[in-house]
Design a protein around this ligand. Structure first.
Ligand SMILES: Cc1cc2nc3c(=O)[nH]c(=O)nc-3n(C[C@H](O)[C@H](O)[C@H](O)COP(=O)(O)OP(=O)(O)OC[C@H]3O[C@@H](n4cnc5c(N)ncnc54)[C@H](O)[C@@H]3O)c2cc1C
Length: 512
Protein backbone atom coordinates (compact mmCIF):
# COMPACT_ATOMS: atom_id res chain seq x y z
CA UNK A 1 0.00 0.00 0.00
CA UNK A 2 1.38 3.47 -0.87
CA UNK A 3 1.86 6.11 1.85
CA UNK A 4 -1.12 8.02 0.54
CA UNK A 5 -3.38 4.96 0.63
CA UNK A 6 -2.17 4.11 4.14
CA UNK A 7 -3.01 7.66 5.23
CA UNK A 8 -6.50 7.40 3.71
CA UNK A 9 -7.06 4.03 5.34
CA UNK A 10 -6.02 5.46 8.76
CA UNK A 11 -8.39 8.40 8.25
CA UNK A 12 -11.29 6.05 7.54
CA UNK A 13 -10.45 3.96 10.58
CA UNK A 14 -10.19 7.06 12.76
CA UNK A 15 -13.59 8.25 11.61
CA UNK A 16 -15.13 4.87 12.33
CA UNK A 17 -13.52 4.67 15.79
CA UNK A 18 -14.55 8.21 16.65
CA UNK A 19 -18.16 7.41 15.89
CA UNK A 20 -18.33 3.84 17.18
CA UNK A 21 -19.04 4.52 20.81
CA UNK A 22 -20.73 7.82 20.12
CA UNK A 23 -24.30 6.68 20.82
CA UNK A 24 -25.93 10.10 20.54
CA UNK A 25 -22.80 12.22 20.76
CA UNK A 26 -21.62 14.46 17.93
CA UNK A 27 -18.50 13.51 15.99
CA UNK A 28 -15.21 14.05 17.72
CA UNK A 29 -12.32 16.21 16.47
CA UNK A 30 -11.49 17.32 13.01
CA UNK A 31 -8.92 14.52 12.72
CA UNK A 32 -11.87 12.14 12.31
CA UNK A 33 -13.33 14.12 9.41
CA UNK A 34 -13.48 12.23 6.15
CA UNK A 35 -12.90 13.65 2.72
CA UNK A 36 -16.32 12.49 1.57
CA UNK A 37 -19.47 10.75 2.70
CA UNK A 38 -21.89 9.25 0.18
CA UNK A 39 -25.44 8.57 1.43
CA UNK A 40 -26.98 5.64 -0.46
CA UNK A 41 -25.40 3.01 -2.69
CA UNK A 42 -27.69 2.87 -5.74
CA UNK A 43 -26.78 4.18 -9.18
CA UNK A 44 -25.72 7.68 -8.12
CA UNK A 45 -23.99 6.51 -4.93
CA UNK A 46 -22.08 3.67 -6.58
CA UNK A 47 -20.69 5.94 -9.28
CA UNK A 48 -19.70 8.55 -6.67
CA UNK A 49 -18.03 5.94 -4.45
CA UNK A 50 -15.90 4.52 -7.25
CA UNK A 51 -14.79 7.83 -8.72
CA UNK A 52 -14.00 9.33 -5.27
CA UNK A 53 -12.11 6.21 -4.25
CA UNK A 54 -10.09 6.16 -7.46
CA UNK A 55 -9.18 9.82 -6.94
CA UNK A 56 -7.83 9.04 -3.46
CA UNK A 57 -10.62 10.58 -1.36
CA UNK A 58 -11.24 8.81 1.97
CA UNK A 59 -14.90 8.00 1.52
CA UNK A 60 -17.60 6.43 3.62
CA UNK A 61 -20.78 5.09 2.01
CA UNK A 62 -23.75 4.93 4.39
CA UNK A 63 -26.46 2.55 3.19
CA UNK A 64 -29.65 1.78 5.10
CA UNK A 65 -30.02 -1.75 3.67
CA UNK A 66 -27.97 -4.91 4.03
CA UNK A 67 -25.55 -6.54 1.63
CA UNK A 68 -26.99 -9.19 -0.71
CA UNK A 69 -24.02 -11.34 -1.80
CA UNK A 70 -24.80 -14.12 -4.25
CA UNK A 71 -24.29 -17.33 -2.26
CA UNK A 72 -22.99 -20.61 -3.74
CA UNK A 73 -26.24 -22.11 -2.44
CA UNK A 74 -28.07 -19.64 -4.74
CA UNK A 75 -30.70 -18.75 -2.18
CA UNK A 76 -29.69 -15.18 -1.28
CA UNK A 77 -33.14 -13.85 -2.15
CA UNK A 78 -36.63 -15.13 -1.46
CA UNK A 79 -38.82 -15.97 -4.43
CA UNK A 80 -42.26 -14.78 -5.53
CA UNK A 81 -43.79 -18.15 -4.71
CA UNK A 82 -42.18 -18.37 -1.25
CA UNK A 83 -41.80 -14.81 0.01
CA UNK A 84 -40.39 -14.01 3.45
CA UNK A 85 -39.01 -10.96 5.23
CA UNK A 86 -36.35 -10.56 2.56
CA UNK A 87 -39.07 -9.39 0.15
CA UNK A 88 -39.78 -6.05 1.81
CA UNK A 89 -38.21 -3.26 3.82
CA UNK A 90 -39.47 -3.43 7.44
CA UNK A 91 -42.98 -4.39 6.40
CA UNK A 92 -45.40 -6.94 7.92
CA UNK A 93 -46.60 -7.94 4.43
CA UNK A 94 -45.16 -8.28 0.95
CA UNK A 95 -45.56 -5.19 -1.23
CA UNK A 96 -46.08 -6.77 -4.64
CA UNK A 97 -48.87 -9.00 -5.94
CA UNK A 98 -51.30 -10.44 -3.33
CA UNK A 99 -50.06 -9.33 0.14
CA UNK A 100 -48.58 -12.17 2.19
CA UNK A 101 -47.69 -11.87 5.90
CA UNK A 102 -43.90 -11.88 6.43
CA UNK A 103 -41.47 -11.24 9.28
CA UNK A 104 -40.29 -7.67 9.77
CA UNK A 105 -36.89 -7.55 8.15
CA UNK A 106 -34.57 -5.20 6.30
CA UNK A 107 -35.78 -6.63 2.98
CA UNK A 108 -34.96 -5.55 -0.52
CA UNK A 109 -38.02 -3.67 -1.80
CA UNK A 110 -39.61 -0.57 -0.29
CA UNK A 111 -42.61 1.51 -1.24
CA UNK A 112 -43.52 5.09 -0.42
CA UNK A 113 -47.28 5.35 -0.47
CA UNK A 114 -48.32 8.90 -1.30
CA UNK A 115 -51.37 10.84 -2.36
CA UNK A 116 -52.17 9.64 -5.89
CA UNK A 117 -49.07 7.46 -6.24
CA UNK A 118 -47.16 4.56 -4.71
CA UNK A 119 -43.44 4.76 -5.50
CA UNK A 120 -41.30 1.62 -5.35
CA UNK A 121 -37.55 1.61 -4.65
CA UNK A 122 -34.76 -0.74 -3.66
CA UNK A 123 -32.99 -1.07 -0.29
CA UNK A 124 -29.57 -2.62 0.13
CA UNK A 125 -25.97 -2.31 -1.01
CA UNK A 126 -26.60 -1.70 -4.70
CA UNK A 127 -29.90 0.19 -4.24
CA UNK A 128 -32.35 -0.12 -7.11
CA UNK A 129 -29.98 -2.33 -9.10
CA UNK A 130 -30.86 -5.21 -6.75
CA UNK A 131 -34.55 -5.13 -7.62
CA UNK A 132 -34.58 -3.67 -11.09
CA UNK A 133 -35.46 -5.22 -14.43
CA UNK A 134 -31.92 -4.44 -15.58
CA UNK A 135 -33.15 -2.39 -18.54
CA UNK A 136 -30.48 0.12 -19.58
CA UNK A 137 -32.29 2.35 -22.00
CA UNK A 138 -30.75 5.50 -23.48
CA UNK A 139 -33.13 8.36 -24.28
CA UNK A 140 -33.29 9.63 -27.84
CA UNK A 141 -31.80 13.00 -28.57
CA UNK A 142 -35.11 14.34 -29.95
CA UNK A 143 -36.96 13.57 -26.70
CA UNK A 144 -34.11 14.30 -24.27
CA UNK A 145 -34.63 18.06 -24.16
CA UNK A 146 -38.31 17.70 -23.33
CA UNK A 147 -37.08 16.54 -19.93
CA UNK A 148 -33.62 18.11 -19.48
CA UNK A 149 -32.23 21.64 -19.61
CA UNK A 150 -30.42 22.69 -22.79
CA UNK A 151 -27.20 23.20 -20.81
CA UNK A 152 -26.71 19.43 -20.65
CA UNK A 153 -24.93 18.37 -23.80
CA UNK A 154 -26.65 15.19 -25.08
CA UNK A 155 -23.77 14.50 -27.46
CA UNK A 156 -21.32 14.48 -24.57
CA UNK A 157 -23.51 12.04 -22.63
CA UNK A 158 -23.79 9.90 -25.75
CA UNK A 159 -20.05 9.98 -26.46
CA UNK A 160 -18.59 9.80 -22.94
CA UNK A 161 -20.91 9.03 -20.03
CA UNK A 162 -23.45 6.51 -21.35
CA UNK A 163 -20.60 4.33 -22.71
CA UNK A 164 -18.72 4.71 -19.40
CA UNK A 165 -21.70 3.27 -17.49
CA UNK A 166 -22.26 0.52 -20.07
CA UNK A 167 -18.62 -0.53 -19.77
CA UNK A 168 -19.31 -1.30 -16.10
CA UNK A 169 -22.78 -2.84 -16.26
CA UNK A 170 -22.23 -4.72 -19.54
CA UNK A 171 -25.77 -4.77 -20.92
CA UNK A 172 -26.71 -6.85 -23.96
CA UNK A 173 -29.93 -7.92 -25.69
CA UNK A 174 -31.26 -11.43 -25.07
CA UNK A 175 -29.31 -13.76 -27.42
CA UNK A 176 -31.24 -15.66 -30.11
CA UNK A 177 -30.75 -19.13 -28.58
CA UNK A 178 -32.25 -17.95 -25.27
CA UNK A 179 -35.01 -15.97 -26.98
CA UNK A 180 -35.97 -19.16 -28.81
CA UNK A 181 -36.74 -21.12 -25.62
CA UNK A 182 -40.29 -21.50 -24.21
CA UNK A 183 -39.30 -19.25 -21.29
CA UNK A 184 -39.16 -16.26 -23.64
CA UNK A 185 -42.38 -16.98 -25.53
CA UNK A 186 -43.85 -13.74 -24.11
CA UNK A 187 -41.04 -11.67 -25.64
CA UNK A 188 -41.54 -13.31 -29.03
CA UNK A 189 -45.32 -12.77 -28.99
CA UNK A 190 -44.82 -9.14 -27.89
CA UNK A 191 -42.49 -8.51 -30.85
CA UNK A 192 -44.83 -10.32 -33.28
CA UNK A 193 -47.82 -8.31 -32.09
CA UNK A 194 -45.90 -5.06 -32.54
CA UNK A 195 -44.87 -6.10 -36.07
CA UNK A 196 -48.47 -6.92 -37.03
CA UNK A 197 -49.58 -3.55 -35.69
CA UNK A 198 -46.86 -1.73 -37.63
CA UNK A 199 -45.29 -0.33 -34.46
CA UNK A 200 -41.53 0.11 -34.07
CA UNK A 201 -40.08 -2.57 -31.77
CA UNK A 202 -36.72 -4.01 -30.72
CA UNK A 203 -34.83 -5.87 -28.06
CA UNK A 204 -33.46 -3.79 -25.19
CA UNK A 205 -29.99 -3.78 -23.63
CA UNK A 206 -30.26 -5.73 -20.37
CA UNK A 207 -27.61 -5.75 -17.61
CA UNK A 208 -27.57 -9.49 -17.03
CA UNK A 209 -24.95 -12.08 -17.81
CA UNK A 210 -26.73 -14.12 -20.48
CA UNK A 211 -24.20 -16.96 -20.06
CA UNK A 212 -25.51 -17.44 -16.54
CA UNK A 213 -29.08 -17.38 -17.87
CA UNK A 214 -28.01 -20.09 -20.32
CA UNK A 215 -26.74 -22.13 -17.36
CA UNK A 216 -30.15 -21.69 -15.70
CA UNK A 217 -31.76 -23.17 -18.81
CA UNK A 218 -29.27 -26.07 -18.73
CA UNK A 219 -30.13 -26.75 -15.09
CA UNK A 220 -26.64 -25.82 -13.89
CA UNK A 221 -27.80 -22.73 -11.94
CA UNK A 222 -30.92 -21.99 -9.93
CA UNK A 223 -33.80 -21.21 -12.28
CA UNK A 224 -34.47 -17.58 -11.39
CA UNK A 225 -34.16 -15.18 -14.37
CA UNK A 226 -35.88 -17.64 -16.70
CA UNK A 227 -38.85 -18.14 -14.38
CA UNK A 228 -39.24 -14.38 -14.00
CA UNK A 229 -38.04 -14.00 -10.37
CA UNK A 230 -36.57 -10.54 -10.76
CA UNK A 231 -37.89 -7.91 -8.32
CA UNK A 232 -36.70 -9.72 -5.15
CA UNK A 233 -33.25 -10.31 -6.69
CA UNK A 234 -31.95 -13.02 -9.03
CA UNK A 235 -30.50 -16.00 -7.16
CA UNK A 236 -28.42 -17.41 -10.01
CA UNK A 237 -26.23 -14.30 -10.01
CA UNK A 238 -27.22 -13.31 -13.55
CA UNK A 239 -28.01 -9.70 -12.63
CA UNK A 240 -25.02 -7.33 -12.90
CA UNK A 241 -26.07 -5.36 -9.83
CA UNK A 242 -23.89 -2.48 -8.64
CA UNK A 243 -22.42 -4.37 -5.66
CA UNK A 244 -20.68 -6.61 -8.20
CA UNK A 245 -19.02 -3.90 -10.29
CA UNK A 246 -18.92 -0.21 -9.28
CA UNK A 247 -19.12 -0.83 -5.52
CA UNK A 248 -16.73 -3.80 -5.46
CA UNK A 249 -14.20 -1.73 -7.40
CA UNK A 250 -14.73 1.23 -5.08
CA UNK A 251 -13.89 -0.91 -2.04
CA UNK A 252 -10.90 -2.37 -3.87
CA UNK A 253 -9.34 1.10 -4.11
CA UNK A 254 -8.74 0.90 -0.36
CA UNK A 255 -10.19 4.40 0.06
CA UNK A 256 -13.88 3.51 0.32
CA UNK A 257 -15.69 1.85 3.21
CA UNK A 258 -19.34 0.83 2.84
CA UNK A 259 -21.39 0.65 6.02
CA UNK A 260 -24.64 -1.30 5.44
CA UNK A 261 -27.57 -1.07 7.86
CA UNK A 262 -26.82 2.60 8.53
CA UNK A 263 -29.90 4.79 8.18
CA UNK A 264 -29.02 8.46 7.85
CA UNK A 265 -31.45 10.57 9.87
CA UNK A 266 -30.02 14.09 9.63
CA UNK A 267 -27.48 16.16 7.73
CA UNK A 268 -26.12 19.50 8.86
CA UNK A 269 -23.47 22.12 8.21
CA UNK A 270 -20.43 21.55 10.40
CA UNK A 271 -18.30 24.37 11.78
CA UNK A 272 -15.22 25.30 9.74
CA UNK A 273 -16.80 24.02 6.53
CA UNK A 274 -17.96 20.55 5.75
CA UNK A 275 -20.93 18.56 6.94
CA UNK A 276 -22.09 16.42 9.83
CA UNK A 277 -24.17 13.30 9.28
CA UNK A 278 -26.22 11.50 11.90
CA UNK A 279 -27.29 7.93 11.39
CA UNK A 280 -28.71 4.91 13.17
CA UNK A 281 -26.93 1.62 12.86
CA UNK A 282 -29.73 -0.95 12.86
CA UNK A 283 -29.94 -4.72 13.05
CA UNK A 284 -31.71 -6.81 10.41
CA UNK A 285 -35.02 -6.41 12.25
CA UNK A 286 -34.68 -2.65 12.01
CA UNK A 287 -33.87 -2.08 15.70
CA UNK A 288 -31.45 0.77 16.40
CA UNK A 289 -28.16 -0.52 17.80
CA UNK A 290 -25.99 2.60 17.86
CA UNK A 291 -26.43 6.25 16.93
CA UNK A 292 -23.42 7.46 15.01
CA UNK A 293 -22.18 10.81 13.79
CA UNK A 294 -19.70 11.43 10.99
CA UNK A 295 -18.08 14.53 9.65
CA UNK A 296 -16.85 15.13 6.12
CA UNK A 297 -15.57 17.81 3.79
CA UNK A 298 -17.78 16.82 0.83
CA UNK A 299 -21.22 15.29 1.13
CA UNK A 300 -22.82 13.39 -1.77
CA UNK A 301 -26.54 12.71 -1.47
CA UNK A 302 -27.53 9.52 -3.29
CA UNK A 303 -30.39 8.11 -1.21
CA UNK A 304 -32.66 8.10 -4.27
CA UNK A 305 -35.28 10.67 -5.25
CA UNK A 306 -37.35 10.11 -2.13
CA UNK A 307 -34.53 9.43 0.35
CA UNK A 308 -32.43 12.42 -0.70
CA UNK A 309 -35.42 14.76 -0.81
CA UNK A 310 -36.53 13.65 2.66
CA UNK A 311 -33.09 14.43 4.10
CA UNK A 312 -33.00 17.86 2.43
CA UNK A 313 -36.57 18.76 3.46
CA UNK A 314 -35.86 17.82 7.08
CA UNK A 315 -32.60 19.77 7.06
CA UNK A 316 -34.33 22.85 5.69
CA UNK A 317 -37.26 22.64 8.12
CA UNK A 318 -35.14 22.00 11.20
CA UNK A 319 -32.61 24.67 10.28
CA UNK A 320 -29.58 22.43 9.87
CA UNK A 321 -29.22 23.53 6.22
CA UNK A 322 -31.09 26.84 6.32
CA UNK A 323 -29.91 28.22 2.96
CA UNK A 324 -31.59 25.51 0.88
CA UNK A 325 -34.00 27.18 -1.51
CA UNK A 326 -37.78 26.88 -1.85
CA UNK A 327 -37.57 24.41 -4.73
CA UNK A 328 -36.57 21.52 -2.42
CA UNK A 329 -39.29 18.87 -2.60
CA UNK A 330 -40.74 20.22 -5.85
CA UNK A 331 -40.33 19.23 -9.52
CA UNK A 332 -41.03 15.58 -8.75
CA UNK A 333 -42.48 13.09 -11.23
CA UNK A 334 -43.28 9.45 -11.96
CA UNK A 335 -41.34 9.24 -15.24
CA UNK A 336 -44.76 8.85 -16.89
CA UNK A 337 -45.00 5.24 -15.69
CA UNK A 338 -48.09 3.15 -16.36
CA UNK A 339 -48.79 -0.55 -15.95
CA UNK A 340 -51.27 -2.37 -18.18
CA UNK A 341 -52.24 -5.85 -19.32
CA UNK A 342 -53.50 -7.05 -22.68
CA UNK A 343 -54.97 -10.50 -23.10
CA UNK A 344 -55.16 -12.84 -26.06
CA UNK A 345 -55.61 -16.53 -26.72
CA UNK A 346 -52.05 -17.21 -27.98
CA UNK A 347 -49.89 -18.65 -25.16
CA UNK A 348 -47.39 -16.12 -23.78
CA UNK A 349 -45.91 -17.80 -20.67
CA UNK A 350 -46.27 -14.32 -19.15
CA UNK A 351 -44.68 -15.04 -15.78
CA UNK A 352 -41.45 -16.29 -17.32
CA UNK A 353 -38.49 -15.04 -19.30
CA UNK A 354 -37.13 -12.26 -17.12
CA UNK A 355 -36.12 -9.59 -16.82
CA UNK A 356 -37.79 -7.15 -19.21
CA UNK A 357 -36.39 -7.75 -22.68
CA UNK A 358 -38.14 -5.78 -25.45
CA UNK A 359 -39.78 -2.48 -26.23
CA UNK A 360 -42.41 -0.95 -28.51
CA UNK A 361 -41.59 2.67 -29.35
CA UNK A 362 -44.75 4.43 -30.52
CA UNK A 363 -43.04 7.79 -30.62
CA UNK A 364 -45.31 9.18 -33.33
CA UNK A 365 -48.42 8.49 -31.25
CA UNK A 366 -50.40 11.66 -32.10
CA UNK A 367 -51.41 12.21 -28.45
CA UNK A 368 -48.02 11.68 -26.76
CA UNK A 369 -44.90 9.59 -27.42
CA UNK A 370 -45.59 6.21 -25.81
CA UNK A 371 -43.16 3.44 -25.02
CA UNK A 372 -44.19 -0.03 -23.82
CA UNK A 373 -41.64 -2.30 -22.15
CA UNK A 374 -42.50 -6.00 -22.09
CA UNK A 375 -42.53 -6.99 -18.40
CA UNK A 376 -42.82 -10.61 -17.21
CA UNK A 377 -45.21 -10.57 -14.29
CA UNK A 378 -45.95 -13.12 -11.57
CA UNK A 379 -49.52 -14.41 -11.46
CA UNK A 380 -50.44 -13.19 -14.94
CA UNK A 381 -52.84 -15.54 -16.74
CA UNK A 382 -51.73 -17.49 -19.82
CA UNK A 383 -52.14 -15.35 -22.94
CA UNK A 384 -51.53 -12.07 -21.09
CA UNK A 385 -48.82 -9.52 -21.82
CA UNK A 386 -47.93 -6.95 -19.17
CA UNK A 387 -46.60 -3.60 -20.33
CA UNK A 388 -44.68 -0.98 -18.37
CA UNK A 389 -45.54 2.27 -20.15
CA UNK A 390 -43.22 5.29 -20.26
CA UNK A 391 -44.37 8.72 -21.41
CA UNK A 392 -43.26 12.35 -21.14
CA UNK A 393 -44.55 13.90 -17.95
CA UNK A 394 -44.33 17.28 -16.26
CA UNK A 395 -42.73 17.30 -12.79
CA UNK A 396 -45.96 18.38 -11.12
CA UNK A 397 -45.52 16.26 -7.97
CA UNK A 398 -43.94 17.24 -4.68
CA UNK A 399 -42.75 16.03 -1.31
CA UNK A 400 -43.55 18.05 1.81
CA UNK A 401 -42.31 17.85 5.39
CA UNK A 402 -44.59 17.74 8.44
CA UNK A 403 -42.67 18.96 11.49
CA UNK A 404 -45.28 17.67 13.94
CA UNK A 405 -44.78 14.05 12.88
CA UNK A 406 -41.30 14.34 11.34
CA UNK A 407 -42.66 12.66 8.23
CA UNK A 408 -42.56 13.48 4.54
CA UNK A 409 -45.66 13.20 2.33
CA UNK A 410 -45.55 12.46 -1.38
CA UNK A 411 -48.13 14.21 -3.55
CA UNK A 412 -48.93 13.43 -7.18
CA UNK A 413 -51.79 15.28 -8.92
CA UNK A 414 -53.83 12.77 -10.91
CA UNK A 415 -56.34 15.03 -12.69
CA UNK A 416 -53.93 17.13 -14.75
CA UNK A 417 -54.10 17.76 -18.49
CA UNK A 418 -50.90 15.73 -18.94
CA UNK A 419 -52.37 12.78 -17.03
CA UNK A 420 -55.49 12.80 -19.22
CA UNK A 421 -53.47 13.10 -22.43
CA UNK A 422 -51.08 10.30 -21.40
CA UNK A 423 -53.95 7.97 -20.45
CA UNK A 424 -55.54 8.52 -23.88
CA UNK A 425 -52.19 8.07 -25.61
CA UNK A 426 -51.37 4.74 -23.97
CA UNK A 427 -54.90 3.50 -24.66
CA UNK A 428 -54.46 4.44 -28.32
CA UNK A 429 -51.28 2.35 -28.51
CA UNK A 430 -53.10 -0.55 -26.84
CA UNK A 431 -56.03 -0.16 -29.28
CA UNK A 432 -53.69 -0.32 -32.28
CA UNK A 433 -52.09 -3.48 -30.88
CA UNK A 434 -55.46 -5.04 -30.04
CA UNK A 435 -56.95 -4.29 -33.45
CA UNK A 436 -54.07 -6.02 -35.23
CA UNK A 437 -53.84 -9.03 -32.93
CA UNK A 438 -57.25 -10.15 -31.71
CA UNK A 439 -56.30 -9.21 -28.17
CA UNK A 440 -58.10 -7.05 -25.62
CA UNK A 441 -56.95 -4.57 -23.03
CA UNK A 442 -58.10 -5.88 -19.66
CA UNK A 443 -58.32 -2.49 -17.88
CA UNK A 444 -57.14 1.09 -18.42
CA UNK A 445 -53.42 1.39 -17.71
CA UNK A 446 -52.70 1.96 -14.02
CA UNK A 447 -51.06 5.35 -13.37
CA UNK A 448 -51.08 4.98 -9.59
CA UNK A 449 -47.73 3.23 -9.23
CA UNK A 450 -44.22 4.07 -10.30
CA UNK A 451 -40.91 2.24 -10.08
CA UNK A 452 -39.16 5.40 -11.29
CA UNK A 453 -39.52 8.23 -8.76
CA UNK A 454 -37.50 11.22 -10.00
CA UNK A 455 -36.84 14.74 -8.74
CA UNK A 456 -37.20 16.66 -5.49
CA UNK A 457 -33.74 18.25 -5.66
CA UNK A 458 -33.98 19.08 -9.33
CA UNK A 459 -31.19 20.42 -11.51
CA UNK A 460 -31.50 24.09 -12.46
CA UNK A 461 -33.69 24.53 -9.34
CA UNK A 462 -32.15 23.14 -6.12
CA UNK A 463 -28.85 22.19 -7.76
CA UNK A 464 -26.97 23.18 -10.87
CA UNK A 465 -26.57 20.67 -13.67
CA UNK A 466 -23.34 19.42 -12.06
CA UNK A 467 -25.27 18.38 -8.95
CA UNK A 468 -23.93 21.25 -6.77
CA UNK A 469 -26.57 22.25 -4.22
CA UNK A 470 -27.16 25.99 -4.41
CA UNK A 471 -26.10 27.81 -1.24
CA UNK A 472 -23.73 25.08 -0.05
CA UNK A 473 -20.14 24.62 -1.13
CA UNK A 474 -19.28 20.92 -0.95
CA UNK A 475 -22.85 19.52 -0.97
CA UNK A 476 -23.91 17.47 -4.01
CA UNK A 477 -26.95 15.55 -5.26
CA UNK A 478 -25.94 12.77 -7.66
CA UNK A 479 -28.99 10.49 -7.86
CA UNK A 480 -32.52 10.43 -9.26
CA UNK A 481 -33.49 13.41 -7.08
CA UNK A 482 -31.52 15.58 -9.50
CA UNK A 483 -33.75 14.69 -12.46
CA UNK A 484 -36.92 16.75 -12.88
CA UNK A 485 -39.51 14.02 -13.14
CA UNK A 486 -38.68 12.16 -16.35
CA UNK A 487 -35.89 10.58 -18.38
CA UNK A 488 -37.71 11.13 -21.66
CA UNK A 489 -39.61 7.88 -22.27
CA UNK A 490 -36.92 5.56 -20.91
CA UNK A 491 -36.23 3.63 -17.71
CA UNK A 492 -34.01 5.99 -15.72
CA UNK A 493 -31.10 4.01 -14.23
CA UNK A 494 -28.70 4.44 -17.17
CA UNK A 495 -29.29 8.19 -17.29
CA UNK A 496 -29.00 8.56 -13.50
CA UNK A 497 -25.64 6.77 -13.59
CA UNK A 498 -24.42 8.70 -16.66
CA UNK A 499 -25.31 12.04 -15.05
CA UNK A 500 -23.57 10.91 -11.84
CA UNK A 501 -20.46 10.12 -13.89
CA UNK A 502 -20.72 13.61 -15.38
CA UNK A 503 -21.17 15.25 -11.94
CA UNK A 504 -18.20 13.36 -10.48
CA UNK A 505 -15.93 14.17 -13.38
CA UNK A 506 -16.72 17.84 -13.02
CA UNK A 507 -16.27 17.68 -9.24
CA UNK A 508 -12.85 16.04 -9.59
CA UNK A 509 -11.78 18.45 -12.35
CA UNK A 510 -12.39 21.31 -9.94
CA UNK A 511 -10.69 19.71 -6.93
CA UNK A 512 -7.60 17.99 -8.30
C1 LIG B 1 -39.10 -3.05 -9.15
C2 LIG B 1 -38.25 -2.03 -9.87
C3 LIG B 1 -37.80 -2.29 -11.17
C4 LIG B 1 -37.04 -1.34 -11.83
N1 LIG B 1 -36.54 -1.62 -13.09
C5 LIG B 1 -35.76 -0.71 -13.72
C6 LIG B 1 -35.14 -1.00 -14.97
O1 LIG B 1 -35.28 -2.10 -15.51
N2 LIG B 1 -34.37 -0.05 -15.54
C7 LIG B 1 -34.18 1.17 -14.98
O2 LIG B 1 -33.52 2.01 -15.57
N3 LIG B 1 -34.73 1.47 -13.78
C8 LIG B 1 -35.48 0.55 -13.14
N4 LIG B 1 -35.98 0.83 -11.90
C9 LIG B 1 -35.69 2.14 -11.32
C10 LIG B 1 -34.26 2.21 -10.76
O3 LIG B 1 -34.08 1.16 -9.85
C11 LIG B 1 -34.08 3.57 -10.08
O4 LIG B 1 -34.38 4.59 -11.00
C12 LIG B 1 -32.65 3.75 -9.61
O5 LIG B 1 -32.26 2.69 -8.77
C13 LIG B 1 -32.51 5.06 -8.86
O6 LIG B 1 -31.14 5.26 -8.62
P1 LIG B 1 -30.71 6.26 -7.46
O7 LIG B 1 -29.23 6.30 -7.43
O8 LIG B 1 -31.46 7.52 -7.61
O9 LIG B 1 -31.27 5.60 -6.10
P2 LIG B 1 -31.40 4.11 -5.60
O10 LIG B 1 -30.86 3.15 -6.60
O11 LIG B 1 -32.81 3.95 -5.17
O12 LIG B 1 -30.44 4.06 -4.35
C14 LIG B 1 -30.70 4.78 -3.18
C15 LIG B 1 -30.09 4.02 -2.02
O13 LIG B 1 -30.14 4.85 -0.88
C16 LIG B 1 -30.52 4.09 0.24
N5 LIG B 1 -31.12 5.00 1.22
C17 LIG B 1 -32.31 5.63 1.15
N6 LIG B 1 -32.51 6.40 2.22
C18 LIG B 1 -31.41 6.25 2.99
C19 LIG B 1 -31.01 6.79 4.24
N7 LIG B 1 -31.79 7.68 4.91
N8 LIG B 1 -29.83 6.41 4.76
C20 LIG B 1 -29.03 5.53 4.11
N9 LIG B 1 -29.36 5.00 2.91
C21 LIG B 1 -30.52 5.37 2.36
C22 LIG B 1 -31.49 3.06 -0.32
O14 LIG B 1 -31.58 1.93 0.51
C23 LIG B 1 -30.87 2.75 -1.67
O15 LIG B 1 -29.98 1.67 -1.61
C24 LIG B 1 -36.73 -0.11 -11.20
C25 LIG B 1 -37.17 0.13 -9.90
C26 LIG B 1 -37.92 -0.82 -9.24
C27 LIG B 1 -38.37 -0.52 -7.83
Amino acid sequence: MTDMRLKRRRLLQAALLASAGARIEPARGADAALDAVVIGSGFGGAVAALRLGQAGFSTLVLERGRRWPIAPSQDTFCTYSKPDGRAAWLSPTTLLFEPVAIDIYTGILDVKVGNGIAAFRGAGVGGGSLVYNAVLYQPRRELFYQAFPGSIDYDELDRVYYPRVRSQLKPAPVPADILGTPYYEGTRVFLQQAARAGLSHRLLDIAVDWDIVRQEIQGRRAASTIVGDVFYGINSGAKNSLDRNYLAQAEATGNVEILPLHVVTAIAEAGRGGFQIQCNQIDEAGQVQVRRTFRCRYLFLAAGSIGTTELLLRAKATGTLPRLNQAVGRFWGTNGDTLGTRQGSTPTNPTQGGPATAVIEHLDNPLAPTVLVHTPFYNSPQGALVHTGLQPVKPEGSLSYDAATDTVALNWPTATATARRNAQAVQLTYDILDAANETATTAPADTGITAHPLGGAAMDKVCDTDGRVRGYEGLYVVDGALIPGSTACTNPALTIAALAERCLERFLDRRL
